[in-house]
Design a protein around this ligand. Structure first.
Ligand code: PFF
Length: 443
């Protein structure tokens, strides 16, 4: 059977940027920036995006397009003993899907609440009651998983590409509207300062700088969807008429712009209403409803905001489903619906336990963490760095840089810029940094 392809490079770009732009940009980035020295973090983040993010992106896309296979098959084709790198990716994608579905479900619940009711009165209490109840969050989680699975069942150009081409531009438009509204609130400037002005008061030692670098690197990996085989999988459907280097420039750029816009959209509003920014679920589900509640046109803003978070979450989650489905389609010759539905039942099922860990199962601990936290740590802190590290080694030393450049140039069609620098980054700097971070995060 002929392998499916993206119908255009723009379609691929929207899908790949859609995978990158997700909850990582909208609920994690604004907070992480603020807590890590504001402007200083932003500068380090951009440097790492260029030095680590873009080269690994190029490597993954090249491996995918060269082999035209899923993550495991692609790594195995480069060297038969290296399938484990792809396996770590597919396993990681599975783990992320388990908890991504829980948050995706919460986002849908909030979106519907703001569409159909006047708003949320006591956000803290509301969130606490909702997230700790048994049935309702699970129903929303299953609905979110079902939406992602149905899109992927429709295929590459008809499902993933079509949806990304609609959702991503809408997301970009919505976030601009919210950001403009947020910075024009009285008192918003405090929030802008919080993330733009470098704050050195927390930096007292080399260790502090190091910890900022660690956080920035973790964020680069998560935000660009690196190390999970996503770009191998998406790259495997990419035509040789596309320039990999150009795509590896636009994807991080788009991802960065949305992350910065998220800061403009969220932080000024939070500060304008005298609230404290918090991290993760606290920011979106507990703090922002206060902001929407006291804002003119708050309900409309809330609908637009949760719609954009929903779009971001869906375009990321479908990329994770595709990573898994493509393996079963290529290697096990399963039909596309079967390759989406059977793993879907499993990750949705495991996801239910993650959802229940906010209530019924809150006492169940795995290595001292709740089920939900354990899954996030396993994927973000263990599987992603392992995947990224071995991806660099596989490309730099096993496959070889000349082969990668040959693929990138589409047989000489495209000129490759900064060859030596890219080689150095993939062979030395990126793996060394990942290793250091991996080890120190355990110490
Ligand atoms: N990049 C997504 C985000 O920022 O939310 C998360 C993600 C998607 C991570 C796909 C990894 C992945 F393979």
């Amino acid at each position: 059977m002929k392998r499916e392809q993206w119908s255009s490079n723009f379609g691929f770009l929207m899908a790949a940027a859609g995978s990158a732009v997700g909850l990582g940009n909208l609920w994690k980035f604004p907070y992480v920036v603020g807590m890590n020295g504001g402007g200083i973090f932003l500068i380090i983040y951009i440097v790492l995006l260029v030095l680590l993010g873009a080269p690994i992106l190029m490597a993954e896309m090249s491996i995918g397009r060269h082999t035209r296979l899923n993550a495991i098959g692609a790594c195995q084709q480069l060297n038969k003993n290296w399938g484990f790198v792809g396996f770590a990716g597919i396993f990681g994608a599975f783990i992320i899907l388990c908890y991504y579905g829980v948050i995706g479900g919460w986002v849908m619940k909030y979106l519907f609440t703001y569409i159909f009711t006047p708003g949320i009165n006591k956000p803290d209490e509301y969130f606490q009651n909702f997230s700790s109840s048994a049935a309702e969050p699970i129903l929303w989680q299953l609905l979110f998983c079902a939406v992602s699975i149905i899109i992927v069942i429709r295929g590459i150009s008809n499902g993933i590409e079509k949806i990304s081409k609609i959702f991503l531009p809408l997301l970009a438009a919505f976030i601009i509207i919210i950001a403009i509204n947020s910075v024009s609130l009285p008192g918003a400037s405090e929030g802008v300062k919080f993330f733009l002005i470098p704050d050195t008061s927390h930096i007292n030692s080399f260790k502090d700088i190091f910890s900022i670098i660690l956080n920035a690197m973790g964020q680069v990996f998560f935000s660009l969807s690196l190390g999970m085989g996503t770009l191998i999988t998406y790259g495997s459907y990419l035509s040789r008429d596309s320039s990999i280097q150009k795509n590896a420039f636009y994807i991080p750029l788009f991802d960065l712009i949305i992350a910065v816009l998220a800061c403009f959209a969220i932080l000024p509003a939070v500060f304008a209403f005298g609230l404290e920014p918090s991290g993760g679920s606290g920011l979106i589900f507990r703090t922002l409803p206060y902001v929407f509640g006291s804002m003119k046109f708050g309900r409309i803003c809330a609908v637009i905001f949760f719609a954009l978070v929903f779009f971001a979450a869906v375009t990321s989650s479908i990329s994770l489903v595709e990573v898994i489905a493509s393996y079963f389609i290529d290697s096990r010759k399963w039909s596309r619906p079967k390759a989406c539905i059977i793993p879907g039942i499993v990750f949705a099922g495991v996801g239910i336990t993650a959802s229940l860990s906010f209530g019924l199962l809150s006492n169940v601990k795995i290595m001292g963490e709740s089920i939900f936290d354990f899954l996030t740590i396993l994927s973000d802190k263990i599987l992603m760095p392992i995947g990224g590290f071995f991806m660099c080694i596989l490309t730099g030393y096993i496959w070889g840089m000349p082969e990668m450049f040959r693929e990138m140039s589409s047989g000489g069609k495209y000129k490759i810029y900064f060859r030596k620098t890219i080689s150095f980054l993939i062979k030395f700097l990126a793996p060394a940094m990942i290793l250091i971070i991996f080890i120190t995060s355990f110490i």
